[in-house]
Design a protein around this ligand. Structure first.
Ligand code: C2E
Ligand code: CA
Ligand code: CA
Ligand code: CA
Length: 277
């Protein structure tokens, strides 16, 4: 038995060693990818009640063979502080593309960009946003910054001031992944906000039609509306869930049922096809 235990331990050690090695490799590859600017934004359409495309969320992609998804590499970029550089470049890029889409398709009202707490801690973040808006000609009200509730942003005066300045400029603020993180309700108390995004973990569950899941989502939407917020549901994968979300009072919907995240050219083509029809 003792020997067996030992083998188990050795296997465990080997697993940890492998994990550490994989992380090291990923670290090297990510740093190289930043230098080579291998990151780009994809765009997932956001639709209105009537299923018109009213905007899109920019989602980071690493365009290289067998690259991991953002859920894996974004935390790494954050840890290394690299998200500041990548995030700034993506923000600039995406704002310019949105300005063009808005000219071509007037129904296209807003572009959502995910912002890391690491970026919010940066002194120059607000001026990066305002100069990108100015250069592109995109009205501030067409930019939505999505902020995830996390341990790293709390009711701190500097962060609060920064968010308030962005909002005073007219930029819209969305609370992302609502309900999944750390003391969700307290964010509603201190954060200046315009939009609440219901996390896909709640929306995906609606597929099964369980009454309790519906009750939870209904309550979230009621809280949001009572706070004067607009509600966007992510992770809508079926017509049935789209119908339920609409009935429960969500303002905007997003998910594979409407479209997967698209490359810039595919998004442009989609907008053109809508304009043409
Ligand atoms: P998120 O902000 O919650 O983004 C929504 C995620 O759900 C995206 O995953 C999207 O592709 C996926 N999704 C959309 N519709 C559906 C659906 O109908 N069903 C399912 N199952 N999933 C759906 P993705 O692109 O892998 O991004 C993962 C996370 O990485 C994002 O979660 C966000 O937290 C982070 N992220 C992505 N891009 C950026 C970025 O530019 N900056 C920062 N800081 N974080 C980013
Ligand atoms: Ca998001
Ligand atoms: Ca998120
Ligand atoms: Ca989410």
């Amino acid at each position: 038995a003792r020997e067996k235990g030992n083998t188990g331990l050795r296997r465990f050690d080997a697993e940890i060693a492998e994990k550490v090695e994989r992380r090291k490799q990923l670290g090297l590859r990510v740093r190289q990818a930043v230098a080579r600017q291998e990151f780009e934004a994809f765009f997932q359409p956001v639709v209105s009640h009537e299923h018109h495309i009213v905007g899109a969320e920019a989602l980071l992609r690493w365009q290289t063979a067998d690259a991991p998804g953002p859920a894996e590499f974004v935390p790494f970029l954050e840890e290394q502080g690299l998200i500041r550089e990548v995030g700034r470049q993506i923000l600039y890029d995406v704002i310019h593309k949105a300005a063009r889409w808005r000219q071509e398709q007037p129904a296209f009202q807003s572009i959502s960009v995910n912002v890391s707490p690491v970026q919010l801690r940066e002194e120059a973040f607000v001026s990066h946003v305002s100069s990108a808006l100015e250069k592109s000609g995109l009205p501030a009200g067409c930019l939505i910054l999505e902020i995830t509730e996390s341990l790293y942003i709390q009711a701190e005066q500097v962060v609060l001031d920064r968010l308030s300045r962005l909002r005073d400029m007219g930029v819209k603020l969305a609370l992302d992944d609502f309900g999944t993180g750390y003391s969700a309700l307290s964010y509603l108390q201190w954060m200046p906000l315009d939009i609440l995004k219901i996390d896909k973990s709640f929306v995906l569950k609606l597929e099964q039609g369980c009454e309790r899941d519906i009750t939870i989502v209904r309550a979230i939407i009621q809280i949001a509306r009572a706070c004067g917020l607009s509600v966007t549901a992510e992770g809508v994968e079926s017509a049935e869930v789209a119908r339920v979300m609409r009935e429960l009072g969500a303002h905007c919907l997003q998910g594979y049922h409407f479209s997967r995240p698209l490359s810039e050219s595919a998004m442009t083509a989609l907008l053109h096809s809508v304009t043409a029809s």
